[in-house]
Design a protein around this ligand. Structure first.
Ligand code: TYD
Ligand code: MG
Length: 426
């Protein structure tokens, strides 16, 4: 049975090429290259063109029709075109652009890694929407979001939560790379998202999906696809317990850009960090907040690390602001010394009075300088009493639970706030 040789012809200008291009090399129209079949397999052998039986080979560089070496000076002429980036509008997009070092570079392969559940699928779905919007002409750009983990209904459910309404976002549930790339060719999108690299496989490659060989080969195939078609591919990768995305960082060598998404389970904040970037700096950091309706860009991250209002009180409240650099961004971070004994040490430094012997401090300090009750206060008081302390400072509100006299004759002193405490002690 004879297979046919493909030739790709531009519907707009008639330019033909052995390989498919997302953008016609002659007239520059997007998505106009259509495939036509010409010869049979027998003909091909006669004409001496090497063709593989495996369709995977379509993405191997030795496929006939690859452009020959070009003059550097000719390439200079196209450099503006090469430097073009797909903009990602909006505050959310600005955070992503910051990490990418600008918009999304056409033909780039971007890997987004992170722990399961950190929000990678959400991030990429939101980026997909922005890519649709981020066009330089009025032509809407399609984006295909492929998931090997979720059904299209599940993705739609999430999209609904994110209020995504664009008609140019295409969902596809598949794990077969050849099938995915074939669909991508058919729709000639502005970008392709694959969720995740651990779920896709390449026919003819040994090993199961998620295994080192499959992950590596699939990524290589996606890279060739991106380079040949100029369609950027955004790839999600789960980080394993050892901190790698399958295998000892093999993927990071293949792809153009590696971003990591980080965040704590107990906090809504998410950081997007660039650890490799062929098109920009690796010092960049994007800050997001996970909300009920997806991720939001945080343009002034210091605000989230500072408590809303600094106390009006003019005395020491166990709180200081430090400026910390992460990437190119400066963060103002509040350092709180809310443990009473530490605050007392600060007082000693400032007042230059030593702490009298035999006095213990049991309380937490609020941001306003007020003393707060700590857990198991009675047990703590009894312990310091047994150890022979003469005085014990506790919050005023807890004083009544320690009626005189105290065991071992220790004096209990209730204080409302730091000011009172300082007056009593020094
Ligand atoms: P997800 O993007 O599925 O993570 P990953 O792809 O990295 O495994 O999102 C994980 C969490 O985000 C999930 O626990 C639910 C939460 N979430 C929100 O809080 N708000 C939202 O709008 C969405 C879509 C998810
Ligand atoms: Mg996911």
């Amino acid at each position: 049975k004879g297979k046919s040789r493909s030739v790709h012809v531009c519907e707009s200008c008639g330019y033909s090429d052995g390989q498919w291009w997302g953008t016609c090399k002659q007239c520059g129209e997007v998505g106009t290259m259509k495939r036509f079949t010409t010869e049979s397999a027998a003909d091909r052998k006669v004409s001496g063109i090497q063709v593989s039986e495996n369709a995977v080979r379509t993405w191997l560089p030795r496929e006939a029709g690859a452009p020959p070496p070009v003059k550097l000076t000719d390439v200079y002429g196209r450099i503006d075109e090469l430097n073009w980036r797909i903009p990602l509008p909006g505050l959310f997009g600005a955070e992503v652009e910051r990490v990418l070092g600008g918009g999304l570079v056409p033909g780039s392969l971007v890997l987004v890694g992170g722990d399961p559940g950190v929000g990678k699928s959400t991030l990429l779905l939101q980026i997909a929407e922005l890519i649709v919007e981020g066009n330089r002409t009025d032509v809407p750009g399609r984006v295909i979001y492929v998931s090997g983990e979720e059904s299209v209904e599940q993705i739609a459910n999430r999209s609904d939560r994110l209020s995504i309404e664009t008609e140019e976002l295409f969902l596809y549930s598949s794990t077969d790379i050849e099938d995915i790339l074939e669909q991508a060719i058919r729709l000639s999108p502005r970008a392709l998202v694959i969720d995740s690299i651990q779920t896709v496989y390449l026919n003819g490659v040994t090993g199961t999906a998620g295994g080192d060989t499959q992950v590596k080969e699939c990524t290589s195939a996606l890279l060739r696809f991106a380079k040949k078609t100029n369609i950027p591919v955004l790839l999600i990768g789960h980080v394993t317990k050892t901190g790698d995305i399958a295998g000892p960082r093999v993927l990071e060598h293949i792809v153009d850009v590696v971003l990591y998404m980080e965040g704590e389970k107990c906090s809504a904040h998410r950081l997007l960090r660039s650890v490799k970037n062929r098109f920009g700096s690796t010092d960049e950091l994007g800050v997001f907040k996970m909300s009920q309706s997806g991720l939001q860009g945080v343009s002034n991250p210091s605000e989230m690390f500072l408590s809303e209002q600094h106390s009006d009180s003019d005395y020491l409240a166990g709180l200081a602001v430090a400026v910390i650099m992460d990437g190119s961004r400066a963060f103002l971070i509040e350092i709180q010394a809310l443990f009473l004994s530490i605050v007392v040490l600060f007082c000693v430094c400032f007042l230059e009075f030593p702490i009298p012997n035999g006095i213990a401090f049991i309380a937490e300090v609020g941001l306003g300088g007020e003393l707060r009750v700590v857990s198991q206060l009675e047990k703590r008081v009894n312990t310091v009493a047994k150890l022979g302390y003469k005085k014990c400072i506790i919050p005023k509100s807890a004083e009544k639970s320690f009626p005189e006299p105290q065991p071992h004759g220790m004096e209990i002193l209730g204080c409302q706030n730091l000011k009172e405490m300082i007056n009593i002690v020094f």
